[in-house]
Design a protein. Sequence first.
Length: 201
Amino acid sequence: MIKHRSESVGPARALLVCIAEERFSRDAAHSRGLHELEANGAMLLEEWEKAELPVIFVERPLAARPERSFSMSDASNGEAAVRAIGAADFSDPRRRPRPGDFVFQSDLQSLLRHRRFYRLFEDLGGPLLILFGDELGAGVMETAIDGFLSGHPIIIVKDAAPLGLGNIDATLSVRSTALPLLSCFARLMKTDELLSEWTAP
């Protein structure tokens, strides 16, 4: 069962979750330059890490290199063993995690229903979840719905995405459909609003 949490949490109790549902498109990222969504995502990660706030990266298993990362499901205790090894050269450092960051490979069901993720979530004190992703698909939607039903507040960053978007037009179309529905279950925020509220001195 998901425990109820109050909305009155401090900055240190917010967990940023970067969800990549698309496979990383290196060619697209380097040929067209950064899209605004990707630039916002990179800035969000950089400022969040400067503020020493926790980040978790979630992606489909096929988007990862098995020899360079550890899945949460492979960890024996769900704690430090899931920290990425050599993650700085994992596809692209502007999208991928750095050494020491948590890397979680998932089939993108609700994160709050996944045993390993939820154990880590509880170990971190049940922080406010702040999600940003590319397609804002099933993983984001189901997590937002579960958070709403359990009384746990969730924020969706509506103008940020991980680097490496493939078909920009298709991604924007999917996001435009998802955001109105997500607003029924989570608070939508822009990158600058989020950074002002959570990382400003």
